[in-house]
Design a protein around this ligand. Structure first.
Ligand code: FAD
Ligand code: NAG
Ligand code: NAG
Ligand code: NAG
Ligand code: NAG
Ligand code: NAG
Length: 514
């Protein structure tokens, strides 16, 4: 009964989502927050704090214009905010966005035009507890500061690979890290979530209590509540061999071949990690290959799994060294000043598709020509079945990767440009790139339906690719923990469960669940 009520509420509400009543007072919802005693943390567009937080969105395209930004310091304040907004929504629509690091490229995921942005940027601490070897990390922390704290405590955790990336969005979307082959995805390393639910209750979700909520938060993003604390498992830290090596672009096919072989061998040497990145930057003027290699324990010489890469001649720079996570995550940042778009695909670990992606990379460079300053960096990350074996042991995530029986590649397409007048053009050529690559993968029977949410573009639909059984689990959890559909109707940003249809392809079904 509850499921059907929830589904009804959620679907009917989509008629109004995105529209704002024209005669509505844009500050009504913000004033309700002020009236609840939160005036000191509520910032209107004329405030310096508002401007500073807008500026701190990674992608200029994500700087939408909320009526106000509210910056809670603790879970109790988040609870008050959610309760007040839900109450005020009975008088006038009070839509809101949830922002952690604000690094998502997708505009509207963590910000909102005309609504309230709940900005968790002040909730950014990392506290390590030796007694249970966990780190309590607040969602607004950035991975650079998390690793600074953990490196000092001589422990490590699976986490983001660039210092500026936020904790909240990465963990709730999955999280690929240097430790994936050893430890699974970052979400699989969560011991416990503290969550503010739609009714304002502050609850814990872990393998013992609210275990259904625990599972759906590991991939289900902002569909269930506002996460206010993430307890991450840690393990002993060891020095890491890592860095970035740049090569001439005519070696690209050797690299993509080496990566395919690397992906097949990763289960046998889970300490290793590699990303092959095709890179073009206008100011450099020629395309190249720039790989990131890491090995998460000390070595005297590079282990054999890297042999094929290391035999590729002609590198013109290398930063390979033995260091720590704080240092490594500073290195994998992207340049500033660009307007960005990410798109993603998953396909089987087949060299032909990577070659096709390389051809299309050259085509985009030609097509853009000197129309704009360009940053183009499509990248290939192994996504072998071995990454998923840790998830079940840790209470399971909701991504559905465990239903695949082939080693895959997680592909991320990254494009940056400068001029606003080129927005439409860049969106179009990039969407075409993905369509062409996906069609090619399908034409040789090597595509995979999975779409990784943290990399996904608004034109993509990640939640629908988690498999029917997982979609049903997410619906059940939303009906139980958010029966009125607050996170569906009042939080329009991100990918919404209520918009997801059960895929008709019955190959996705997990028989034991139905
Ligand atoms: C330079 C760069 C490097 C990256 N490196 C990696 C990497 O190594 N591995 C990887 O897996 N991904 C990586 N990503 C992708 C990254 O995981 C996503 O961009 C992620 O969403 C960033 O998290 P955030 O907290 O900054 O996001 P935000 O933009 O703040 O939020 C993202 C989404 O999550 C929701 N959300 C965030 N926090 C909460 C919360 N506490 N409660 C409820 N909902 C919440 C928001 O509403 C929003 O929809 C990278 C991205 C960039 C730009
Ligand atoms: C947390 O955020 C505050 C406010 O932006 C900042 O001053 C502080 O340095 C941050 N702390 C950490 C650990 O990043
Ligand atoms: C770890 O211990 C600390 C301190 O006792 C406690 O606050 C925290 O909740 C514990 N974490 C987990 C995941 O049990
Ligand atoms: C991490 O490495 C950097 C660079 O070598 C170094 O400056 C820093 O002190 C190291 N941090 C820790 C905690 O070891
Ligand atoms: C880069 O090239 C130099 C020789 O120019 C070589 O010594 C080094 O091992 C190469 N590094 C990698 C990672 O291939
Ligand atoms: C919020 O208000 C809108 C517009 O009136 C309504 O459609 C929606 O169902 C409301 N959401 C909740 C959770 O009350």
């Amino acid at each position: 009964m509850r499921t059907s009520l929830w589904v009804q509420v959620a679907f009917s509400a989509f008629a109004v989502t995105g529209e704002r009543a024209t005669e509505a007072d844009p500050t009504f919802c913000c004033d309700a927050l002020k009236a609840a005693g939160l005036q000191d943390i509520t910032h209107y567009p004329d405030a310096a704090a508002y401007a500073a937080r807008q500026e701190a969105y990674y992608n200029p395209l994500a700087r939408l214009k909320p009526a106000c930004i509210i910056q809670p310091n603790r879970a109790e304040e988040v609870s008050t905010i959610v309760k007040m907004l839900v109450k005020a929504n009975k008088t006038q629509p009070c839509q809101f966005a949830i922002r952690a690091g604000g690094q998502t490229i997708r505009e509207g995921a963590a910000n909102i035009d005309g609504g309230v942005t709940i900005d968790l940027g002040f909730m950014n601490s990392t506290t390590y507890f030796a007694e249970n070897k966990t780190a309590a990390v607040q969602p607004g922390a950035r991975w650079g500061t998390v690793f600074r704290a953990l490196d000092k405590a001589d422990v490590a955790s699976a986490g983001g690979r660039a210092a500026s990336v936020g904790v909240g969005g990465l963990v709730l979307g999955g999280g690929n890290s240097f430790y994936s082959a050893r430890k699974g995805l970052v979400c699989d390393n969560v011991q416990n979530f503290e969550v503010v639910l739609a009714n304002g209750d502050i609850v814990h979700a872990n393998s013992e209590s609210n275990s259904d909520l625990f599972q759906v938060l590991k991939g289900g993003a902002n569909n269930f509540g506002v996460v206010t604390r993430i307890d991450l498992k840690t393990f002993e830290r060891e020095p890491i061999w890592g860095g970035v090596v740049a090569y001439p672009v005519d070696t690209a096919d050797l690299h993509t071949k080496a990566l395919v072989n690397f992906g097949e061998k990763l289960a046998d040497d889970p300490y290793a990690s590699a990303i092959v990145i095709l890179l073009f930057e206008s100011h450099i003027g020629f395309p190249m290959v720039g790989n990131a290699y890491e090995y998460t324990k000390p070595i005297e010489r590079p282990p054999p799994i890297f042999d094929e890469f290391l035999a590729i001649p002609g590198n013109f720079s290398s930063s390979m060294r033995t260091t720590n996570m704080t240092d490594l995550t500073e290195e994998l940042e992207k340049p500033k000043g660009f307007r960005w778009k990410f798109l993603t695909l998953t396909f089987q670990n087949d060299e032909r598709i990577l070659k096709k992606a390389t051809e299309l990379f050259h085509y985009i460079i030609e097509t853009v020509g000197d129309r704009d300053e360009l940053h183009l960096s499509p990248m290939f990350q192994p996504l072998p079945i071995s990454f998923t074996k840790h998830s079940v042991a840790n209470g399971g995530n909701i991504l559905g990767l465990d239903r695949f029986s082939e080693n895959n590649i997680l592909f991320l397409y990254v494009i940056g440009w400068m001029k606003k007048e080129n927005d439409e053009f860049m969106h179009k050529i990039s969407e075409q790139y993905i369509e062409d690559l996906d069609s090619y993968a399908k034409s040789i029977g090597k595509s995979n339906p999975y779409i990784y949410l943290p990399y996904a573009d608004p034109t993509q639909d990640p939640l629908s690719t988690y498999g029917s059984a997982n979609i049903l689990k997410m619906r059940a959890a939303a009906a139980k923990y958010d029966p009125e559909g607050v996170f569906q109707t009042m939080v329009p940003g991100g990918f919404k469960l209520s918009k997801v249809q059960i895929p008709e392809d019955h190959d996705y079904l997990q028989h034991d669940e139905l």
